[in-house]
Design a protein around this ligand. Structure first.
Ligand SMILES: NC(=O)c1ccc[n+]([C@@H]2O[C@H](COP(=O)([O-])OP(=O)(O)OC[C@H]3O[C@@H](n4cnc5c(N)ncnc54)[C@H](OP(=O)(O)O)[C@@H]3O)[C@@H](O)[C@H]2O)c1
Length: 219
C-alpha cells in the first residue's frame, strides 16, 4: 500500500511553496512552510486555514515526514543547510526546483546545468539519505494542485530513484486530479523534466503567455 505522509514541510515560501501548501492543506495534510522571514507569510496563513503553519526552515524540515524543496535555485543549497540536512534523512523529498540562471528580468533565464547534470541529481547528491523525487517543475504554480486548463489537462512527468517514493508523489498528485503521470526513470532523468521547463519558459517569453502546460498525446 502506498505510504502517504501526515505532515508536510515545505522549504521555499514563493508562489510554488504557497500554492502547494494550500493544496496539501485542502487535501487534509498538516503543512508547515519554512522561511528565513516567516512574518512575510501572514496573508498565506489567513488563506490556508488551520492546517497551515509557518516557521523557520529548520522547523519546517523537522515537522514534515515528507518534505518539499521549492526554493530559488541559487538559494537552494543554503536553504537546505539552514534547514539542517539531518532533517531530510530517510524522508521522501519532492524537488520542484528549476536551476535557472537569470541575467536580466527581460530575457529568458538560462539553464544552470547541462546534460548529464540537473538540479534533481544535485539535490539527491546533497541529500544521499533522502528519497528525492523530481516533479511539478514543468507546471506553473497555480496549476500544480488544480491541473485544469481551458484546453484540457496537462501531463505530469516525474523522476526518482525509489519506486515507493514515486508512488507516494503519484498518489498525492492523483488526489489533486492529475490523471496522466509519467515516470521517466531514476533521478538522473531530472534533466529532461528541467529542460521541459526551459521549453515552457522560452515559449512563455516568445508569446508573452504564462498559463500553458504540456500534454503528451498518444494514438
Ligand atoms: N513559479 C512557478 O510557477 C514555478 C513552476 C515550476 C517550478 N518552479 C521552480 O520552483 C522554485 C520556487 O519558485 P517560486 O516561484 O515559488 O519562488 P522563487 O522566487 O524562485 O523562490 C522563493 C524561495 O527561495 C528562497 N530563497 C531564495 N534565495 C535564498 C537563499 N539565498 N537562501 C535560502 N533560501 C532562499 C526564499 O526563501 P525565504 O522565504 O527564506 O526568503 C523563498 O522561499 C524555483 O526553483 C522555480 O524555478 C517555479
Amino acid at each position: 500500500m502506498t505510504q502517504l505522509p501526515q505532515r508536510i514541510g515545505i522549504i521555499g515560501s514563493g508562489a510554488v511553496g504557497q500554492a502547494l501548501g494550500v493544496g496539501f492543506a485542502k487535501s487534509g495534510y498538516q503543512v508547515k512552510i519554512g522561511s528565513r522571514e516567516p512574518t512575510k507569510l501572514k496573508d498565506w496563513t489567513k488563506q490556508v486555514g488551520p492546517n497551515g503553519l509557518v516557521g523557520s526552515n529548520t522547523e519546517a524540515a523537522n515537522f514534515g515526514d515528507l518534505l518539499v524543496i521549492c526554493t530559488k535555485w541559487s538559494g537552494t543549497e543554503n536553504a537546505i543547510t539552514i534547514a539542517g540536512k539531518e532533517h531530510f534523512a530517510n524522508k521522501v523529498v519532492l524537488d520542484v526546483t528549476n536551476p535557472l540562471v537569470v541575467d536580466s528580468p527581460t530575457l529568458p533565464p538560462k539553464p544552470g546545468f547541462g546534460y548529464p547534470n540537473s538540479a534533481g541529481k544535485t539535490i539527491q547528491s546533497w541529500l544521499p539519505k533522502s528519497l528525492v523525487v523530481k516533479a511539478f517543475n514543468s507546471v506553473p504554480a497555480n496549476y500544480m494542485c488544480n491541473p485544469t486548463l481551458q484546453e484540457g489537462q496537462p501531463d505530469l512527468f516525474i523522476a526518482g530513484n525509489d519506486d515507493t517514493a514515486k508512488k507516494t508523489i503519484t498518489a498525492l498528485a492523483e488526489q489533486w486530479g492529475w490523471k496522466s503521470i509519467h515516470d521517466m526513470g531514476d533521478i538522473t532523468q531530472s534533466y529532461l523534466i528541467e529542460d521541459l521547463a526551459m521549453l515552457w519558459i522560452r515559449w512563455g517569453f516568445l508569446n508573452n503567455h504564462w498559463t500553458h502546460a504540456f500534454k503528451l498525446l498518444k494514438k
